[in-house]
Design a protein around this ligand. Sequence first.
Ligand code: PGA
Length: 245
Amino acid sequence: MNTSPPFDIIRAADHEAMSQAAVARMVAQLQRKPDSLFILATGGTPERTYQLLAERGRAEPSLCDRLRILKLDEWGGLSMDDPATCEVALRRTLVGPLGIGPDRFAGWQSAPSDIAAECDRIRQWLAEHGPADLCVLGLGLNGHLGFNEPGDHLQPGPHRAELSSESKRHSMLHQARGQPVCGLTLGVGDILQSREILLLVSGAQKAPQLRRLLRPEISPQFPASFLWLHAAVSVCCDEAAYPAI
Ligand code: PGA
């Protein structure tokens, strides 16, 4: 039985080099298909990648002028302009600098009055506009993808998630004005329906999670392990996250 991971592993020297390698993948996708739909995670890991993509897009406006973006997840209960939201992070790094309007940027309202209706809205949006051409993900300290948190089961589609203790301590929340009450996230099925997946992993604190991901074991207790079921996953990491070669 072949148990080597089905991932294309790109190992860069450090976070900056990892970000450069990741943006090269995103640019190549946009050159192949200018109206690509990207599902984008936020967090400390992809931030620099998005800044670099915005720089490329500003230098070469035709590169990103048809790019469409769907926000992977959001902190439920924060106001939309809370500095900790995924919305603010994407607007600051990519959507704002590239001048992407609401026709090409979609995603969760952070404090919807009716969460079930908001999940339906995102589900319908994805059914109409998807599947994504590329899904950019980070790896949670607990193995989560978006707010698909470890548990007895995972959900395939857009849903409200209970935040894990690790998520409640996430660095994005250090700058929060409010307290999130839940996570709002695309499901594992939505992620796996993306044509390609780019998982970014940086820093020594992620080395145990990356090691675990490379083991041929699929478990809802480690949601990232479901990436073993996808045929086009690239893992873009740095040496700190993947020291042993
Ligand atoms: P990070 O977050 O990029 O800030 O490490 C990843 C995650 O928790 O999903």
